[in-house]
Structure formats: structure tokens, C-alpha cells
Design a protein around this ligand. Structure first.
Ligand SMILES: [Zn+2]
Ligand SMILES: [Zn+2]
Length: 419
């Protein structure tokens, strides 16, 4: 087997890998870099490819995939939830950034109709490759891939991975068996997350402290995954103030409700969904702010969406709370808010008087989680790190090398021989 990294080797964005066996070529993820102008992975001719595997719906793994459906119907292998969420996110991406994209809605539709649904735990064959999907614990529908060629060489690609249980998902399945090589994400190499149950308690207590003082809490959250993790946490603590979900998180929640049996605790999500409400229009949105409540709405980094509408209304009063619940990419409005306490309204930086807090409810393994995954991969496998910052990945590399693991940073466009 040969692998070539087409993108995503030195940052989070445009993850894409080409895998070649004796007679089969597969692409694992084909994402974009989410800059002002989207960045694409290296080119592969759709004619040369036997199939595409998407590990999960995030655009840094899927945003360029419709490109393969301009002229050809390449088989697409993914889970039901990844299919539904990819469709939702790609169509939204087209609405926002269509001008920069080399495809249109018709290509997204061709892609969706080329899907072959494979759920975590299932195995299938493409040419001389046997492929197995394993739960990755990252977002609903996310998987890792294990590929085995005719000669018995085995390769793991983790996609984005979380080793711990969250409210929505069980931690990643780390039962890999013997591996010859592994490609793993390293977003949080060198960094630990706070202990989850302690973080949840602190979060719920902070939300109550704002509401009990007659304030409102805005939780900007990504519509797939995080928004629903947040409402599950509140529901698990029998939260008793009104909670509203808005924007695309409503549609994404309806999808999750349809597939709640695929979650770690479907009952908890159904209870949480029963507890929340969503505004049906602008009048509702203005009215719900009259009483203490929680609003969970995208965009998670305040880059747009209805979160900005609520932000502009809530930021001026010290009794309100703005609680960020995910990593904030440097330079995004959420990041600027955390660093300067300011938010830009119609071109003007304004001081935010509401209480601003950050809660690290990550869906990626922290440093010790990555080390645990490396231990499961084993000393015999060549490990390639990607999807992280070079300095952080170098740290993980040297720490694990000391312990005998064969860990290197993947290089862009370099082809490696496996097995
Ligand atoms: Zn992801
Ligand atoms: Zn990613």
C-alpha cells in the first residue's frame, strides 16, 4: 500500500489522503481550509479514483469532495449521519462561499446519490482493499478507517478522534488489532483538556448564576455536535429555565432526533430535545429575550449566523453571559472577544459588558488521549501525524519517540510505502 498526503499535514484544514494498493485507489476525506477564501487539497483526477471515504461531516474533511462529482459518479462510503450532515453543511457552505467553490448544488446532489452507507463496526471491500469503519467519538456519525490490502498490510486513519465519553457519544473504539501504519490527527498535541465532569458542573453553575440574577445566556455553538452536546448537559442536570435552540442547530437537531438510537444515550438527547424550544421568526426571537433564558445558536465562533443577532442584543448588559464552548480559531470574532473583550458591530469594535467565559468542551482527544491512542496503535506501526500545528506535533513526536514509538510528521505530497 502507498499513501500520499494531499493536504492537512501542517494545520487543521483540507484533510485529504490518497491510498493506493495494487489495483485500487481510494481518497480518505477531501476537505477545505476555512480561510476567507477556501483552500483546497492537491488535485486528484476523479477518473483515477475507485471510491471516496468521508470520516465525518466537518468541512475541513468534506468541503472539496463534491469536486469528484462534476464529471463522474465515484462511490462514496460514509455513515448515515455523516451523509445527512455533509449534505446540510455543504449546501450551507455553497450559500455562504459558493463564489469560490469549483462545484454547485447539483454536484452535492450527485455526491449524495452516490452514497453507500457503512455504519461503525461494518466491513466492506473496494477492489483488493478490505475496509472497516470504527467509531471515532468526535461528532455524531464520525468514524475511523482501517484498510487492509491483499498482502495483509493494515493501515489506520483516525480522522478526527476523541477518546473520552461525551454526553452524545462514546469514546473512540481503539481495538485496532495489529497495524503496519497509522495516520492520526494531532489537534491537541501537547495540550490537555479540563476534566469533563468538573467542567460540566462549573458550566451549569455559571449558567444558573447568570439566570438567577435575571440575565440571559448566549451560547454560540457549532450546529453539528456541540449545540446538542450543550443541551444534553443542561438536560442531564435537570435544568429548569427556558432553553432555545436557533439557526441550523434546529435542523441538525431534527436529524439527530431521527437517528437518536445511534447516540451513546438516545434517551438523554430525546429528553433534551423535548426540553428546548426554537423561535419561529423574528418576533419570537425578540420576545424570548424578555425573560431569563439560554440561547444556543451557531456560529460557534460568532462569525455570523443568528448568534450575532443575539450577541448584539445581549452584549451591552453586565447581567448577561456569553459562554463560548469550543476552540476559537485565531482571528475569529470569538477569539478576539476572548482576548480583548470587544466585539465588532457594523465595523466598530465595542466593549462587551456581558460576562464572557470559555468552556473547553472539546471533541478532540487531548494530549494524554493522543498518547493513549498511540499506545493502542503500537510500536510496530509507522505513525504519521497530521491535522495539527507543526510545533505541537513535533512535541508529541519527540515524547513518543523516547518511548520507542515510530512517530513522524506527515509531509505534504510525499508518498510513503506501507507494509
Ligand atoms: Zn472534525
Ligand atoms: Zn478536522
Amino acid at each position: 500500500m502507498k499513501i500520499t498526503f494531499l493536504g492537512g499535514t501542517d494545520s487543521v484544514g483540507r484533510s485529504a489522503i490518497l491510498v493506493e494498493s495494487e489495483n485500487t485507489k481510494l481518497v480518505l476525506d477531501y476537505g477545505v481550509a476555512l480561510n476567507h477564501i477556501p483552500g483546497f487539497p492537491a488535485h486528484v483526477s476523479p477518473r483515477d479514483i475507485d471510491g471516496i471515504i468521508l470520516t465525518h461531516a466537518h468541512l475541513d474533511h468534506t468541503g472539496a469532495a463534491p469536486y469528484f462529482y462534476v464529471s463522474k459518479r465515484t462511490p462514496l462510503y460514509l455513515s448515515t449521519l455523516t451523509l445527512e450532515y455533509t449534505d446540510l453543511l455543504l449546501k450551507d457552505f455553497l450559500r455562504l462561499s459558493g463564489y469560490y467553490l469549483p462545484y454547485e448544488t447539483i454536484e452535492v446532489e450527485n455526491m449524495v446519490s452516490s452514497a453507500k452507507i457503512i455504519e461503525p463496526g461494518m466491513e466492506f471491500e473496494v477492489g483488493d482493499l478490505t475496509v472497516k469503519f470504527l467509531n471515532s467519538g468526535h461528532i455524531p456519525g464520525s468514524i475511523q478507517v482501517v484498510l487492509e490490502d491483499g498482502g495483509g498490510s493494515r493501515l489506520l486513519y483516525t480522522g478526527d478522534i476523541n477518546d473520552i465519553d461525551t454526553r452524545l457519544l462514546s469514546g473512540a473504539d481503539l481495538n485496532y488489532g495489529k497495524l503496519d501504519a497509522a495516520i492520526m490527527e494531532a489537534t491537541y498535541a501537547g495540550e490537555e483538556h479540563p476534566e469533563r465532569s468538573k467542567l460540566e458542573k462549573e458550566f451549569v453553575a455559571e449558567v444558573y448564576s447568570i439566570l438567577d440574577d435575571n440575565g440571559r445566556v448566549l451560547i454560540p455553538a457549532f450546529s453539528v455536535g456541540r449545540a446538542h452536546e450543550v443541551i444534553c448537559i443542561l438536560s442531564a442536570y435537570n435544568f429548569d429555565y427556558p432553553v432555545y435552540v436557533d439557526g441550523m442547530a434546529v435542523k441538525a437537531g431534527e436529524i439527530l432526533l431521527k437517528y437518536s438510537s445511534k447516540l451513546r444515550d438516545g434517551g438523554l438527547f430525546r429528553r433534551a430535545w423535548g426540553m428546548v424550544d426554537w423561535p419561529s421568526g423574528w418576533r419570537d426571537r425578540k420576545n424570548l429575550l424578555k425573560k431569563p433564558c439560554v440561547i444556543v445558536s451557531p456560529a460557534g465562533m460568532l462569525k455570523g449566523g443568528l448568534a450575532v443577532f443575539y450577541m448584539e442584543r445581549l452584549m451591552g448588559k453586565p447581567e448577561n453571559g456569553i459562554f463560548l464552548v469550543s476552540y476559537q480559531i485565531p482571528g475569529t470574532p470569538g477569539d478576539i472577544l476572548l482576548k480583548t473583550g470587544k466585539f465588532i458591530v457594523r465595523g466598530k469594535a465595542k466593549q462587551v459588558k456581558a460576562r464572557v467565559k470559555h468552556f473547553d468542551f472539546s471533541s478532540h482527544a487531548g494530549h494524554s488521549g493522543l498518547v493513549k491512542i498511540i499506545e493502542k496503535i503500537g510500536v510496530d506501526a509507522q505513525i504519521f501525524l497530521m491535522h495539527g500545528e507543526p510545533a505541537k506535533m513535533a512535541k508529541l513526536q519527540s515524547l513518543t519517540e523516547e518511548r520507542g514509538y515510530r512517530c513522524i510528521r506527515a509531509e505534504l505530497l510525499k508518498t510513503y510505502e506501507i507494509g
